[in-house]
Ligand binder design. Structure first.
Ligand code: GDP
Ligand code: GDP
Length: 436
């Protein structure tokens, strides 16, 4: 589980400059997804070989007629809900403003570490009014210059000091973490409540999961699950106009933490752009996924309805052909019992390891059946492959020349791996390495 850092502060203090500086080259995983990610709101960042996720809450655009206080409140809430460490950025050159004070008051409510960052300190001359920032009650301001990259190393050290200990081992290893994502009103909470209700187990938030209050821990049939419900968070806060953007960001952080993602879709509405976006996030993050077509009770059906809907889902989410599709109703309970079964199944599939020997038999056979591509008299050779990871299953293939390994042939190899090993419900990753 990668720690999350959120940047808040009033407009123009340099949040996005700092964000870009910290994210470096690693900005945004799904850059070509329309909407949210174009604003580059989140990115993977690295410092001294350690990774974390960084969110620029200021990157969320709001309608121009919206009041700034409201916008800042939403951003602060988002940060307090999702982040492990909050960076509160102020303009160190300008000095303190009443808006800074308002944000500080909001941030006081959180138990999470807040670092006060005084930006635009472009040289060693620290202005007198710099010390006014102590008044905010958030400790010593950390001087940085985001544009000149001054002080950012010290800031990163400070951030790392404040990450929760054992960010990775906070949870039992044998807990399956399940994120429930989807559009507002798709039925996420109803599904979760039904799953929890039927099992009549004591449900308690896990101690230590400070990230948000709506993580729900449950034991069913002797197995442990942690449900991460993005719907619950939304209901708690007062987000309005930006509801969709916020919910995509929250989905992103929930997906990051999960082993299995339930993509809940309102069947009546069909797969929307936001659904594809969230599915894309799950796919890119390498998570096992299940598409849950909810509100199945509302449709008029005949014996070809399932087939027709399956076809549509496959067309709308062509990158996720591996995901099981369940047609359920949280209202009538139809097929809800299949959900747990499928969670277990895709989790197993995404954790599966195949031995190097068997893997190379399959690759050898695939190569015999369908000759690798060649270019200018040179033919691709796959020397051997090995599985280097799970969740998702990740392979390294050693070849003579990377460029010869065209996408279509990668697809072919991927399909052969799936034919032989299953890997249902999970993306697989293939790294291609040249070997002289
Ligand atoms: P945001 O609205 O908080 O995201 O602020 P931006 O990152 O867009 O920055 C606002 C303005 O401040 C831009 O003109 C930046 O070039 C400028 N800026 C950002 N960081 C620094 C800095 O460290 N020093 C100086 N002098 N200007 C900066
Ligand atoms: P969330 O925002 O995704 O958590 O959605 P909710 O669980 O709050 O459900 C939104 C609305 O859809 C509520 O009025 C539910 O009663 C209704 N709903 C949820 N699931 C179903 C279902 O399977 N069938 C029908 N007919 N209504 C549903």
């Amino acid at each position: 589980m990668k720690p999350i850092v959120a940047i808040v502060g009033r407009p123009n203090v340099g949040k996005s400059t700092l964000f870009n500086r910290m994210a470096g080259e690693r900005i945004s995983i799904v850059e070509d997804t329309p909407g949210v990610t174009r604003d580059r709101i989140y990115a993977e960042a690295e410092w001294l070989g350690k990774y974390f996720t960084i969110i620029d809450t200021g990157g969320i655009e709001t309608k121009t007629d919206e009041l700034i206080p409201q916008k800042m409140r939403e951003q602060a809430e988002l940060a307090m809900d999702t982040a492990d460490v909050i960076l509160f950025v102020v303009d160190g050159r300008l000095g303190m403003t009443p808006q800074d004070r308002e944000i500080a008051i909001m941030l006081m409510k959180t138990k999470k570490p807040v670092l006060l960052v005084a930006n635009k300190i472009d040289n060693n001359n620290i202005p007198d009014y710099f010390y006014d920032f102590y008044e905010l009650g958030l400790g010593e301001p950390i001087p940085v210059s985001a544009s000149l990259a001054l002080g950012t190393g010290d800031l990163l050290d400070e951030i790392f000091k404040n990450f929760p200990e054992d960010s990775d081992t906070e949870m039992d290893e044998d807990v399956i973490k399940v994120a429930i994502v989807g559009k507002p009103n798709a039925g996420k909470s109803s599904i979760l409540n039904k799953i929890l209700g039927e099992e009549r187990v004591i449900v308690s938030p896990i101690a230590g999961t400070t990230r948000d209050a709506i993580d729900t821990y449950i034991e069913m049939d002797g197995k442990k699950y942690l449900f991460i419900d993005t719907a619950g968070i939304r209901k708690k806060s007062k987000v309005s106009d930006n509801i969709e953007k916020y919910s995509v960001i929250r989905s992103y952080t929930a997906v990051e933490r999960a082993d299995v993602v339930l993509i809940v879709v309102d069947s009546e509405e069909g797969i929307t752009e936001q659904d594809s976006k969230v599915a894309g996030i799950a796919h890119d993050a390498g998570k096992a996924s299940i598409v849950i077509m909810n509100k199945w009770d509302l449709l008029e059906k005949d014996n070809s309805t399932v087939k027709a809907y399956t076809k549509t889902v496959r067309e709308e989410l062509p990158f996720m052909l591996y995901a099981p599709i369940l047609f359920v109703s949280a209202l009538t309970n139809q097929r809800l019992n299949k959900i747990q079964e499928n969670i277990d199944f895709v989790f197993e599939e995404s954790s599966k390891r195949v031995s190097t020997g068997v893997l190379n038999d399959v690759i050898g056979e695939a190569v015999l059946l369908n000759q690798p591509p060649s270019d200018k008299g040179k033919r691709l050779k796959i020397y051997y492959g090995t599985q280097v990871g799970v969740k998702p299953p990740t392979f390294a293939l050693f070849v003579n020349e990377k460029e010869l390994f065209h996408f279509s042939y990668q697809r072919y190899i991927e399909n052969k791996l799936r034919e032989n090993f299953g890997f249902e419900g999970t993306p697989i990753k293939i790294y291609i390495r040249e070997k002289g």
